[in-house]
Design a protein around this ligand. Structure first.
Ligand code: 5GP
Ligand code: MN
Length: 338
């Protein structure tokens, strides 16, 4: 993989490109994709954002989402776009299987793949150019840097600012995680100068719950939460029946795992959700407990040191039991956390 700077000269020549991100794109995946889209179209390129799957309805307000092609919803069109592209920009993921059923389409495409990502252990041989930096708060921060470093900060308009802020905000837990550096705040200051309406964005993302979602959360705290103070761990196991009963939609469980870390003394939080095709785990931690390694070692996953995900093909009860058994082996490490 060549450094991203080597790609900058090609920004001057017209090209066809697809921008994609990980499946079930979150605020950072969608924000970085749309920011890059609104940047590249100003340079005259022929660009389409293709998402591997659908996304949470609370992202639908973002400028440009109406033009995003959902691969699962329109495979023929999405495949045609990828096959015709000169470049495929891969944002907020670093290994092609994170695009789920789109993996082979991207792998087999003639396009040069360009990586912009902040997760651990990138599969760099899959990409022609790129940048991978785990110290970055978000992929949106990296897209901002690319626009500025390539000499185009004058092109940052309100659409770009809005998209970038969404990812900066969601990936930093509203500017509270340790990844929130001075650079992050400087970027936000710049975006504010352009006219960014930050309060509206918080409302769009965080104040869209259905009544069912709040009832689901109430039920989850009351009946699905297990706290193990001796391991400084809290975990939730959500059966499919809850998903149906409370009529949950994509994205409705996002953020739930973070509440577990708000319990006094809890340093490691986990949630497993019974999805159609697999049991999906989310892991969060405070301090030195590396959930990226935990997810990789035990649940075929990965992510960041303090936020990672994984999966299991077993039933919810079985994978939850596995988790408890595994937890036992981490007892001394977990009790030493402060
Ligand atoms: P979440 O728990 O919010 O789904 O994911 C937390 C972080 O871990 C995100 O940065 C996400 O991209 C990453 N992640 C989630 N699931 C997986 C997975 O199965 N594999 C890998 N490599 N990363 C994941
Ligand atoms: Mn991200």
């Amino acid at each position: 993989m060549q450094p991203i700077e080597q790609f900058y000269p090609f920004l001057q020549q017209p090209f066809k490109a697809v921008i994609t991100a990980h499946q079930k794109p979150d605020g950072d995946a969608m924000g970085s994709s749309l920011a890059l889209y609104h940047f590249l179209i100003q340079l005259g390129h022929d660009v389409t954002v293709v998402s591997p799957t659908n996304w949470a309805p609370f992202l639908d307000w973002m400028p440009g989402t109406d033009k995003v092609v959902d691969f699962e919803g329109n495979r023929a069109k999405a495949t045609e776009l990828v096959q015709a592209a000169d470049y495929v920009f891969c944002l907020d993921f670093n290994i092609l299987h994170r695009t789920k059923n789109m993996e082979s389409v991207i792998r087999d495409a003639k396009a040069i793949k360009i990586l912009v990502d902040h997760h651990q252990q990138p599969d760099t041989p899959s990409f022609g150019y790129g940048i991978s930096d785990v110290k970055m708060s978000s992929t949106c921060e990296m897209i901002y840097d690319i626009i500025v470093q390539s000499g185009h900060s004058n092109l940052i308009n309100l659409d770009i600012a809005t998209a970038l802020y969404t990812g900066l905000m969601t990936d930093t837990g509203s500017f509270r995680f340790p990844s929130t550096t001075a650079s992050v705040h400087k970027i936000v200051a710049h975006l504010k100068e352009i006219g960014l309406q930050h309060a509206k964005i918080h409302e769009h993302i965080y104040d869209q719950s259905s009544e069912g979602r709040l009832k689901f959360m109430g039920n989850a705290f009351l009946n699905r939460m297990h706290v193990f103070p001796e391991y400084k761990t809290a975990v939730m196991a959500i059966p499919k029946t809850d998903i149906y009963k409370f009529e949950l939609k994509t994205g409705d469980t996002e953020g739930l795992v973070n509440y577990l870390l708000s319990i006094h003394g809890i340093k490691f939080a986990a949630i497993v959700i019974d999805r159609e095709e697999e049991r999906k785990w989310s892991f969060r931690s405070k301090g030195n407990f590396d959930v990226n390694i935990f997810a990789r070692t035990h649940f075929e996953g990965g992510g960041h040191a303090n936020a990672a995900g994984g999966s299991s093909k077993k039933s919810v009860d079985e994978t939850f039991q596995d988790f408890k058994n595994i937890l036992e082996t981490y007892k001394s490490q977990l009790t030493q956390l402060n």
